[in-house]
Ligand binder design. Structure first.
Ligand SMILES: O=P(O)(O)OC[C@H]1O[C@H](OP(=O)(O)OP(=O)(O)O)[C@H](O)[C@@H]1O
Ligand SMILES: O=C(O)c1cc(=O)[nH]c(=O)[nH]1
Ligand SMILES: [Mg+2]
Length: 192
């Protein structure tokens, strides 16, 4: 799938929101990709994640033991992508604000691929990598449906994006006036 097709799926699902959004990194943006409105549709999710699984297979040589999804946004795409890769899906979730693998045990040396929904700064992927490496896992790659940094983010492992879509994001103290005029909302689950 190319970027236009991926964005077409998001638009069709009403998942491209406009307003004033507080992102998980604290940055502010006039656009928010509400992936949940895509993932509520199994057919759309299957199409995206099958294509992402094919990109992962082409990019990663050697075995993949687990796909790991960072909750909440990564849960559904990680599960669906793992189905196409034929490997189990597990997830990290926040405990006291930090990602933990609370429900699973993995052997040291496990080769894992992280599957995220959206990447903006890569912060959430880097936190997931820290958690997995502390458990002795080898993070062979990270993947996402849409990379809002359009390839500029460095997460320290290869990042495989189904689509790259550059969207403006601003520090809170450097908002353009048209954005400052709109009351902000924070759709994500960090800190709630
Ligand atoms: O690359 P980053 O700057 O980290 O931004 C992307 C992250 O933001 C969202 O998660 P969020 O913490 O908002 O919560 P969610 O997973 O519940 O949507 C999204 O699911 C990614 O995990
Ligand atoms: O950076 C984020 O927090 C973010 C951006 C976006 O478009 N969608 C999302 O779920 N999170
Ligand atoms: Mg998330």
């Amino acid at each position: 799938m190319n970027t236009d097709e991926v964005l077409g799926v998001f638009r069709e699902a009403g998942a491209v929101l406009e307003g004033h959004f507080i992102l998980t990194s604290g940055l502010r943006s006039p656009v928010f990709l509400q992936k949940a409105r895509v993932f509520m549709h199994a057919d759309k999710t299957e199409r995206l994640c099958k294509a992402l699984a094919e990109k992962i297979r082409a990019a990663v040589s050697g075995r993949i033991d687990y796909v790991v999804g960072p909750a909440i946004g990564g849960l559904i795409p990680a599960y669906e992508t793992s189905r196409h890769l034929g490997v189990p899906a597990i997830w990290v979730e926040r405990e006291g604000g930090e990602f933990r693998l609370r429900r699973f045990e993995i052997a040291r040396g496990s080769r894992v691929v992280i599957v995220e929904d959206i990447v903006t700064t890569g912060l959430s992927i880097r936190e997931t990598i820290d958690c997995l490496r502390a458990l002795g896992a080898e993070v062979v790659a990270a993947a996402c449906i849409i990379d809002r940094s359009a390839g500029k983010t460095d997460v320290g492992v290869p990042l495989i994006a189904l689509a790259e879509y550059e969207v403006p994001a601003y520090p809170a103290d450097r908002l353009p006036p048209e954005l400052a005029a709109i009351p902000p909302v924070k759709p994500g689950s960090r800190n709630i």
